[in-house]
Design a protein around this ligand. Sequence first.
Ligand SMILES: Nc1ncnc2c1ncn2[C@@H]1O[C@H](COP(=O)(O)OP(=O)(O)OP(=O)(O)O)[C@@H](O)[C@H]1O
Length: 697
Amino acid sequence: MSSGHKVKIAARLRPPLPQELNDDGVRIVPNEDGLSAICVTNPRDPSQIFKFPFSSCYGSASKQEDIFERDVRPLIDVVYSGVTVTIFAYGVTSSGKTHTMQGTKAEPGVIPRVVDALFEAKAQKPQYETTITASYMEIYKDKVYDLLVARETAPKLPVRENGEGMVFVASLSTEPVASAEDFHSIFTTANKRRSVGSTRLNNASSRSHAVLTMELKMVDSQENKTLTGKINLVDLAGSENNKMTGNDRDRMAESSAINKSLSVLGQVVHALNRGDSRIPYRNSKLTRILQDALGGSSVGLLICNLAPGVKFRQDTLNTLNFAVRTKDVENKPVINERENRPAPKQHFSALAPPAPKLVPLQSAPPVAGSSRPSLVITRPTAGPSRVPRISAMGTAPYPNAERRKESGIGIVQHRNSLDKAITQQDIDERISKAVEAEVAKRLEVRLEELERQRVQDEEARRAREQTEISHDPTPEKQPDLQSLPSGLLTPLLKRHQDLDNELRRRLQELERKYERGKAEAESAIGLSPASRKKTGRAYVALARSHSEKGDLQIALDLYRKAESYVPDNVKLKERIIEIEWSVAQGKEFKPSPKRPKRSKGKRRNAKGKTGTASRASSNAPEERRGNETDDDETVENILEPIAEAGFGVEVTNSPRKQAGADVEAAASTPRKLRSGKRLANGSDDDAPSAPVKRGKT
Ligand SMILES: Nc1ncnc2c1ncn2[C@@H]1O[C@H](COP(=O)(O)OP(=O)(O)OP(=O)(O)O)[C@@H](O)[C@H]1O
């Protein structure tokens, strides 16, 4: 039996803004069991509808209070039981993340409501002497800044890891908070420092990810123990399509950092779901900082913000796909508890790391609507721990933060204010801290060296390969698939077995090459973009051949593998959803028929861009792509070169003449929706349903 706690998902659709049309393409549909699902019309084929069942779905008329009372308030008791909770808002730009997290004076969002609830609960727990502190940071262009200090005096802060594997932001200030009112004034000031900019889609668009942490220290003098609970409230920046946002140069740099970090977030979730031994947390500051929330020791709630309107439709599907994956991520919540009683003096070097002890779950209150773990692990920290317990989001306040505390803004006693009588134990602790800081620093330097070395090795390897390719004229050397002229490999189409073998060989070769790329072997990030695409293409083609043979599970695995190389490919995501559904339902899967082979000139004509195909244009993929829509671009990137090489094409969007395939696919699925019955696999934690026909519900 699993002792983990799955990340809970809540999806919220914002109402259309005054200038937006409501086409009803995203809507909430109640399920028979009292739960609900988000239904999204396929932007490429309005006759198809994707269904995403979640335990909490909020429609456009929902109120801030609804989401707070149902999904957030139950977590307040979890924080008071000494557990870390992380709530993050995720969605495309302008989908309502900041509105949900911060809200307005008239409609306060999750953050102000959480703080009010923390103080209400504090008043009801007289057995504890509770102190509450806040820290607030933003991750802007992959750099971390303290939002509680003026920007002029806020250098970028390093992210570190202590000996217990706890990631923290060094030198992040913490501010004691005496009351909810005190918090609101601190928060309002801090928010003015957040990087916000205007885009075509949102005139107050967050250009950074913001992480607010409220930490509670609950000293129980009767029981001689201290519990530390924490809640991280994360307002992520939204993914962006620069063509829609109309971003200028400055905004583009921000946008690319935002998109990259969100893409790494997706890869982390993927890797966790696959059970990889290496999770690429280190590939962005965002994922490092959220490490504890994804696959770590905290309880997680992901609020998925969705925007109505057809222009956001593809992003909405991407957001929901991310949510579907995230709900399979399992955390192992931990109660942070330590004894108050001073331990006998001992030199830090003589102390062994404390062994975790299992504590029955009853000590933690239940989380509404979630599968609770049967056990949680407590970290006993009796006496001076070998490694000082450092807040996951950092301690060591800035001098000006310290000043704020002294100036009496907060009346709460801070842990560091025990300076009056320094004991031998205090001294040992300080030495221990200094040693650990030094070790952390050296480790970081060493890691940077290793990373530099890896990059150098990778470059040298690529250079070697380049030289080999240009000097090796032997005919048996395998040609690059991308460079093959169209039609050259057409005969392979007729020989599927050969095709399989060929692709397998190619994949093995690529993987062998990649293996040589040292320790990062499991991460597609370690490959150049070209190699990633190439590998992705090869997996797609192999997957297709398996799906045609009816080996759907194998095909699905291969498509998923392809996705880790080209995580942004939208059609690939759709294909995975379709096959997942077919596998879950035990239904036959019919891929859309292959696109008929056309001359390049015809292709251009079909798009209506140019009259006749010039030789220059047919040989210039960049130029071709420039004329295509975004969707085409992502598909062409992975699929087209294979098609040109004669390996077949994945076309999800069936043109009119392929309607037969759509009708057939739809005919096998819509009745379930029509009758209002849940799909066989339609439990709360199910994957989305396959497309079903509209108009029959
Ligand atoms: N539930 C809602 N009810 C009313 N208005 C909303 C709601 N959600 C969002 N809005 C409005 O939509 C606009 C965009 O919302 P918001 O700024 O919160 O989006 P965002 O996802 O944080 O965007 P970005 O990623 O660009 O920062 C704002 O004008 C906001 O007031």
